[in-house]
Design a protein around this ligand. Structure first.
Ligand SMILES: [Zn+2]
Ligand SMILES: [Zn+2]
Length: 174
């Protein structure tokens, strides 16, 4: 995904707004791993010519399909993203020490900026619903759909208390 900057480059203070409607960058698909994202991407772009370079702001919404972290059934989530980055026309390879990115020519490629902006908003532990009850840790039953007769596993944190109670309870034979 890229934008033409030959006009906005002409003078400081110039600003342009546009909307990109095309496929998401490959680098985003790679970062989403097993999750999928609805196509096409619709990304709002604002370009501003500041004194030393161009500030690019990207924003938009996306619908992502993932797997529920509790019950492993499909889950989907809407994400809103917004990110900005300064670009300066300079030669040379990417330099991590700089707060801005470099570009040359009439276009700026936005793949990395957009992929980062969207990936940052993907929940680490997505849920199919906020009330998802998850799977039984013993038999694997999906507690959203069924119940099971497994016993609640004993909580080892209470064991010490049981020992203490046994020691301190009054003897009935005294
Ligand atoms: Zn779930
Ligand atoms: Zn069970």
């Amino acid at each position: 995904m890229r934008v033409r900057v030959s006009d906005v480059r002409k003078w400081v203070g110039r600003e342009e707004h546009l909307t990109l409607l095309e496929s998401w960058p490959d680098s985003l698909h790679e970062r989403l791993d097993a999750a999928t994202i609805d196509e096409p991407a619709q990304v709002n772009v604002r370009l501003r010519n500041v004194s030393n370079g161009l500030v690019v702001e990207v924003s938009g919404q996306a619908r992502v399909h993932l797997t529920c972290a509790r019950c492993l059934e499909p889950a989907e989530t809407g994400v809103q993203f917004a990110e900005s980055q300064e670009f300066r026309e300079e030669a040379g390879p990417k330099d991590e020490a700089l707060a801005y990115e470099r570009f040359s020519g009439d276009h700026i490629v936005l793949d990395t900026l957009i992929a980062d902006a969207v990936a940052l908003e993907i929940p680490l532990a997505p849920l199919c619903s906020s009330t998802c009850r998850g799977l039984c840790p013993q038999c694997g039953a999906n507690w959203n759909q069924t119940s099971c007769t497994c016993q609640e596993p004993a909580d080892p944190r209470w064991d010490a208390l049981k020992v203490w109670n046994a020691k301190n309870s009054p003897r009935s034979d005294q």
